[in-house]
Ligand binder design. Structure first.
Ligand code: SAH
Length: 240
């Protein structure tokens, strides 16, 4: 069964805070994940040029469609599987169980800023040291914590604390390693070879030679933190 994580934000201060942090201009297109009944959507529409609102639960669509605004584009579907439209910024009270795969998906998108409401526990995971998730997040994003949001700000109340974060995509200074990480379903050696060829323009033959001592059959996604750090070090020491 699909988990919907429906906890609607009822505290206007939180909706205002998210909107303010996004510093939205009329020229910008905003993507919202899990629009629900449109609590946040309405605030975003006051500032944005366009809002794309993705919502999985079809029973909420009639409520969302009551918002009569030509700037609003509703996408009925699963945020993890629909193709995102082009957007400048993303704002969302994220359905908690998709926090991690959503962050993963955002790695493949070009955007300026995200303002996300997430479970505090997940925020800790992506901002603390020594977790695989924080290691990967840190390659692609600068993460800034904002307000803690208590359960009382939602209806129905979630069981856990939440927090607003700012997510700023980074221009990476490790393009080979970043390219490698993005190929999460490929085998390590193939992903590395592709990344080096793409970023350095080396030939297939010379790239294969660089990797001849690498012995692993694992896929990129299954690497643990230590293994990732080892590969990062290997890439840093590459002589290409
Ligand atoms: N933005 C609203 C609702 C937040 S609750 C508010 O702040 O009040 C989270 C919303 O995400 C719910 O409406 C739920 O139906 C929706 N949702 C859950 N999983 C989703 C998914 N995979 N893709 C898109 N929407 C999803």
């Amino acid at each position: 069964m699909v988990k919907l994580d429906q906890h609607f934000v009822i505290d206007k201060n939180i909706l205002e805070r998210v909107t303010k942090l996004a510093k939205i201009t009329k020229k910008e297109t905003i993507l919202e994940i899990g629009a629900g009944t449109g609590n946040l959507t309405k605030f975003l529409l006051k500032k944005a040029g366009q809002v794309y609102a993705i919502e999985l639960d079809k029973s909420l669509l009639p409520e969302l469609k009551k918002i009569k605004d030509s700037k609003l584009n509703i996408i009925s579907g699963n945020a993890l599987t629909v193709k995102f439209p082009k957007f400048d910024k993303i704002a969302a009270n994220v359905p908690y169980s998709i926090s991690e795969p959503l962050l993963q998906k955002l790695i493949y998108n070009n955007f300026k800023l995200g303002v996300l409401l997430l479970p505090e526990k997940f925020v800790k995971k992506i901002t603390s040291k020594n977790t695989k998730l924080s290691f990967i997040s840190n390659i692609f994003f600068e993460i800034q914590k904002d307000l803690e949001v208590p359960p009382e700000c939602f209806s129905p109340k979630p069981r856990v604390l939440s927090r607003i974060i700012l997510l700023k995509p980074k221009k990476t200074d490790e393009p080979i390693f970043a390219d490698f990480l993005k190929q999460k379903n490929r085998k390590v050696k193939n992903a590395l070879r592709e990344a080096i060829i793409r970023e350095k323009g080396t030939t297939k033959k010379e790239t294969k030679k660089l990797l001849e001592n690498m012995r692993t059959d694992k896929k990129v996604a299954s690497l643990n933190l230590k293994e990732l750090e080892r590969i990062q070090e290997f890439v840093r020491n590459l002589n290409v």
